[in-house]
Structures are given as C-alpha cells and as structure tokens.
Design a protein around this ligand. Structure first.
Ligand SMILES: NC(=O)c1ccc[n+]([C@@H]2O[C@H](COP(=O)([O-])OP(=O)(O)OC[C@H]3O[C@@H](n4cnc5c(N)ncnc54)[C@H](O)[C@@H]3O)[C@@H](O)[C@H]2O)c1
Length: 225
C-alpha cells in the first residue's frame, strides 16, 4: 500500500512510519522536521521524506493525496503548554489545517486515518463540582465509552479546552462527511502514549514538555515538576 503520513517526523508518526516500512508499505512522509526520531529509517528505499509545512498554500497537497491509497494525519500542536500560550494557532492547525487534509481526501475518494485525542471525552460526570449523581461511586460516571460518553468540555475562559474542542469538532465534521458523502475514515483517540523519542528530554524544537516528559525529567534529573 502507498501511504501519505502527515506529521510522520513526530513521536507517534516516526514509530508508525517505521512500522509501515517494516511491513513493506511505501510511505510519503511529511513533517516540519526530519530529526533524530527518523534517523533509523531515513534512508529506507520505500520512504520519501518531505520537510514541509502543510500550511504553505504553494505546496500541492492534493497531488500527494491523489497518488496514495491511504492518508494518515498526525499533524497537531499536541502539547498542553501551547494550548495555553498560542490557542489561536492551536485552533488553526488542529482544526482548519486538518480539515483541509480531510476535505482533500473526501474530494479524491481516499481513506483517512485521523489522530484525534482522548481529550475529546472531556470531563467525567463524577468530576463536575456540585453535580447530584444518583450513585457517585457508579463506574458509569467515572469512565468513558467510545460512542456513548457525553463529551463534556470546560468553560470558554479555560482556553486550554480549545485543543479538545478543535479535535472534537473535526471528529464531528468527519462523521458528517461519512454520513453525507460516504467518506471512509478512522478516528484514533490516543490516551497518553509514552515511549522512546517522546519529546523534551531530547527535543530541540519546542522546549515545552508534555506531562510524562516533565515527570521523567524530574525523576532522572531532579528538576521541579
Ligand atoms: N502522544 C500522545 O499520547 C497523544 C495523545 C493524544 C492525541 N495525540 C495526537 O496524536 C497525533 C500525534 O501526536 P504526537 O505525540 O506524535 O505529537 P508530535 O508533536 O510528536 O507530532 C506531531 C508532528 O506534526 C508536525 N507538524 C506540526 N505542524 C506541522 C505543519 N504545519 N506541517 C507539517 N508538520 C507539522 C510536528 O513537527 C510533529 O512532528 C497528534 O494529532 C496528537 O494530537 C497524541
């Protein structure tokens, strides 16, 4: 299969791309960075790696979408520090730019695997202050269900929710394209993946770690959490 992997230079994308190559697929990988995370497979004969900003309107995204069997979209600002610092950019990248990718897939009849987030689940009923629950200890108020949870986000003024909201809206639009146009897609909602090449301890680009990296940094280097 020929795959277009967008965000392939990131934490999850680099592992996924290696696995796809190992399984004999051909991959066109796109990312802002081609760094230590892609070192192990950078010279693979079935890999074309494009260092590219997908926001660049001169980049012919459609031409790449047209030539593959499957598109995998991992592109996002996926770092809570950024949801607080640059919420507008988070919305633009995580909704508007991801929507452009999805709409290109719709137009050219390509299947899309879209990385969303567990944050779309939002808050559990049990976490809401003052809520009157019949049986607060009932697991149904504290657990998430893929298609049944209510997906409750927080107040607008707590703008870190813009990430979850952008991802949730994207999921809803993909679903609508499925209903109205027969669009074929899969949504993945990772729950804090961890592993080699997660950011910060080695990452020279962003310098704002995610929670697990903070935790590991504190453990390994004695830094403050
Ligand atoms: N890691 C997790 O546990 C986790 C949890 C929930 C959701 N997710 C989602 O999974 C996906 C991948 O997450 P990750 O942990 O690998 O994040 P990551 O930040 O390591 O990967 C995202 C990649 O997208 C690239 N990118 C960003 N803007 C770009 C642009 N304009 N043009 C081209 N490339 C661009 C980045 O350079 C980066 O390599 C994201 O959509 C994220 O929201 C991940």
């Amino acid at each position: 299969m020929k795959v277009l992997a967008l965000g392939a230079g990131g934490f999850i994308g680099s592992h996924l791309t290696k696995r796809l190559l190992d399984e004999g697929h051909e991959v066109i990988a796109v990312d802002l960075y081609k760094d230590y995370k892609v070192k192990k497979f950078a010279d693979h004969p079935n890999l074309t790696f494009l260092v590219q900003d997908i926001r660049d309107r001169n980049w012919p995204m459609d031409d790449y979408v047209k030539q593959v069997d499957l598109v995998i979209d991992l592109i996002a600002y996926a770092n809570p520090g950024l949801y607080i610092k640059i919420p507008l950019e988070v919305f633009h990248l995580n909704f508007i730019e991801n929507l452009r990718i999805a709409e290109s897939c719709v137009e050219h009849g390509k299947r899309l695997i879209q990385y969303s987030t567990c944050e779309v689940y939002g808050r559990t009923a049990a976490s809401i202050d003052g809520i009157d629950l019949a049986d607060p200890a009932d697991p149904k108020y504290a657990t998430f269900s893929e298609d049944k949870s209510e997906l409750i986000l927080g107040p607008v003024a707590k703008h870190r929710w813009i990430y979850a909201c952008a991802k949730q809206l994207l999921e809803r639009v993909l679903h609508a394209y499925g209903l109205e146009k027969g669009f074929s897609y899969t949504i993945i909602r990772p729950f804090n993946f961890i592993g080699p090449n997660i950011d910060f301890l080695l990452d020279e680009h962003e310098g704002i770690p995610r929670v697990f990296s903070f935790f590991m940094d504190a453990l390994m280097n004695g830094t403050k959490m």
